[in-house]
Write a protein that binds this ligand. Structure first.
Ligand code: PRP
Length: 178
C-alpha cells in the first residue's frame, strides 16, 4: 500500500476489508429486493460516490441510480447545522422502492432529515444503506444496511474528505488532528 500521507495516523479499514463488506451488503440487497422489480438508489453527494459505485456494480437486481446533494449550514465539529437540499432528484419517487446510500452517519442529522423528507414523497418503501456509523445523537432514523461501526475519530478516504482532500484514497484512514 506504500507510505501513509503524513496527515494520516493509521489505516482504519483496508481496501480489501471494505471490498469484502461491500460485496456482502450487495448480496444482501440483491436477496432482499429480488421480488421488488427494481431499486431506486439515491447516492448522497459528495461522500457516497465511491461506495455507491462499488456497491451498485455488485448488485444482481435491477436498479436506477440518482443523486442528491445536501449541505449543513453552519456545520462544525460539534454542531451539525441545519440541513438543506442543494441538488434534488431527477424523478418523483412515489410508489418506488427507494434506498438511500450514505458514506457516513456522524450525528445522524443529515440522514434523519433525508429520511423524513423522502418519506413525505410517498415511496413504496424507504431504506438506508450506510458504510460507516459513528456516534449518532439519539435520533431514531433507521440504518437498514450498515458497513462498519467506527470510533469517533475523523476518517478520510473511500469518498470521505478533509476539506475535499483524500476522497479517492482506496482505504479509510484516521486523520491527524492538531
Ligand atoms: C458528510 C457525510 C454525511 C454527513 C454526515 O457530508 O457525507 O452526508 O456529513 O454527518 P451527520 O450525520 O453529522 O449529519 P458532508 O456535509 O461532509 O458533505 P460531503 O459528503 O460533500 O463531504
Amino acid at each position: 500500500m506504500g507510505e501513509l500521507p503524513s496527515d494520516l495516523v493509521r489505516v482504519v479499514l483496508s481496501a480489501e476489508t471494505i471490498h469484502n463488506r461491500v460485496c456482502e451488503i450487495a448480496d444482501q440487497l440483491s436477496e432482499d429486493y429480488a421480488d421488488k422489480g427494481g431499486i431506486y438508489i439515491i447516492g448522497i453527494l459528495k461522500g457516497a460516490f465511491i461506495f455507491l459505485a462499488d456497491l451498485t456494480r455488485q448488485l444482481t437486481v435491477p436498479h436506477v441510480v440518482d443523486f442528491m446533494a445536501l449541505s449543513s449550514y453552519g456545520k462544525t465539529d460539534t454542531f451539525s447545522g441545519a440541513v438543506r437540499i442543494i441538488m434534488d432528484l431527477r424523478e418523483p419517487i412515489e410508489g418506488r422502492h427507494v434506498l438511500i446510500v450514505e458514506d457516513i452517519v456522524d450525528s445522524g442529522h443529515t440522514l434523519d432529515y433525508l429520511y423524513r423528507t423522502l418519506t413525505g414523497r410517498k415511496p413504496a418503501s424507504l431504506r438506508t444503506c450506510v458504510l460507516l456509523e459513528k456516534k449518532r445523537d439519539s435520533l431514531d432514523v433507521p440504518i437498514h444496511y450498515l458497513g462498519f461501526e467506527i470510533k469517533d475519530v475523523w476518517v478520510v478516504g473511500y469518498g470521505l474528505d478533509f476539506a475535499d482532500a483524500y476522497r479517492t484514497l482506496p482505504y479509510i484512514a484516521e486523520l491527524k488532528r492538531d
